[in-house]
Design a protein around this ligand. Structure first.
Ligand code: EPU
Length: 354
């Protein structure tokens, strides 16, 4: 069945533990490495032999069950270049398997500015549009131009603009789409020639270099500051397994905010401009006393309560028990339902194979 460039790994190599940043123990029925667009037609033929398929990027936004009864396609295609130039923008194109942070740094080095607020977000370029990544005042959709996706069912490439991708807060068409149908091949970003630093986020205003430079801050200064801020708060997945923010910041009505504020005047809330408010889930979890707590092999990070960590040897079931406990506690204390950010793949309670 595997005749040309696709690499199907042997059974013993189907261990996904090192391929997800939470470091959860997981095996797949089969694992295949996609490295170049000329493999796409063959890939479509191959996936027909499996009842389900999961496309894996950097593994930084997934909770993998121990036994995945599916073909996992690991995206490893590389390449970065200029797709087009206009008077106002450089349109930069990157293959899906590029590491997001390295891509952002490469752009800053070449003077293609606009992505620096998104430095150090783990994962790949191809995964970035799936959850519409965002940080420090910039969301991916503000810089997005278009992408090429491969429809694994029909065996054809599809060009998609921002409207087709249906972006919203940590959400897109791809997060809602039929699982295993789409593989993002290339993503293009429109980076402004007349760039202005985005400095509004409180952590940036407090940063000494940025506070001094103000509007004349360079993209490199902003990039370095963001890396420094993130390193202070967020654990490095290579050292302590994690999937970034584990819950979305919930959007609530003014009424819900008021009832929380009565008992908790310090509640952190950002007006959304439509009468609703975004609450800081990290603050809610912290106030509920979860910061730094452990439950078996997993726990809540001691510097950022929004991040769940694997202290070693955890499975999806351990993460689920902790996440469910936090969700139930926050709901009973504040009347707010937290929604999980990482995608669950497979059934957490299933046991490891043999
Ligand atoms: N807070 C606490 N205790 C905590 C954590 C946060 O009180 O343990 C408070 C902070 O003091 C602050 C507020 O909650 O007043 C918000 O915290 P922070 O600025 O750290 O940002 P966040 O809302 O926790 C979001 C994104 C991050 C992104 C940062 C910076 C979500 C779910 N998370 O976090 O994105 O890096 O803003 O823009 O939107 C990710 O999605 O994986 C991610 C890391």
């Amino acid at each position: 069945m595997f005749t040309s460039g696709l690499i199907l790994l042997s059974i013993s190599e189907q261990d996904l533990t090192s391929l997800n940043t939470l470091g959860l123990q997981a095996h797949a029925q089969a694992l295949l490495r996609y490295q170049s667009p000329d493999q796409l037609p063959e890939l479509s033929d191959t996936v027909r032999g499996y009842s389900s398929v999961f496309v894996l990027g950097g593994g930084s936004n997934v909770v993998l069950a121990p036994a995945l009864d599916c073909l996992v396609v690991k995206v490893e295609s590389r390449g970065i270049g200029i797709y087009a130039q206009t008077d106002s923008h450089v349109i930069v194109e990157a293959h899906a398997g590029e590491t997001w942070h390295d891509f952002v740094e490469g752009c800053v080095e070449r003077g293609w500015n606009g992505l620096e607020n998104l430095a150090l977000i783990p994962g790949t370029v191809g995964a970035a549009p799936v959850q519409n990544i965002g940080a420090y005042g910039v969301e991916l959709d503000q810089r997005f131009h278009s992408l090429v996706a491969w429809d694994l069912h029909k065996g054809q490439a599809v060009e998609m603009d921002a409207g087709d991708c249906e972006f919203s807060y940590r959400n897109s068409f791809f997060k809602q789409a039929e699982p295993g149908r789409w593989l993002i091949v290339k993503v293009r970003f429109a980076l402004p020639r007349h760039w202005q630093p985005v400095l509004g986020y409180p952590d940036l205003q407090r940063h000494p270099v940025l506070a001094q430079a103000g509007a004349s801050a360079t993209a490199r200064q902003l990039f370095d500051a963001i890396c420094e801020i993130r390193r202070q708060k967020l654990p490095d997945p290579a050292v302590l397994g994690n999937a970034g923010s584990f819950f979305k910041n919930p959007i609530v009505t003014a009424g819900v905010l008021e009832s929380i504020r009565k008992a908790n005047p310090q509640v952190v809330a950002y007006p959304q401009g439509d009468g609703s408010y975004k609450l800081a889930a990290g603050w809610l979890i912290d106030q509920a006393g979860w910061k730094g707590r452990r439950m078996g092999p997993v726990g809540v990070h001691d510097r950022q309560a929004l991040v769940l960590v694997n202290h070693g040897g955890a499975t999806a079931q351990d993460i689920k028990l902790l996440a469910d406990s936090i969700r139930a506690d926050v709901a009973s204390r504040f009347g707010v339902q937290l929604e999980q950010e990482p995608v669950v793949v497979g059934t957490p309670g299933d046991n490891l194979r043999g």
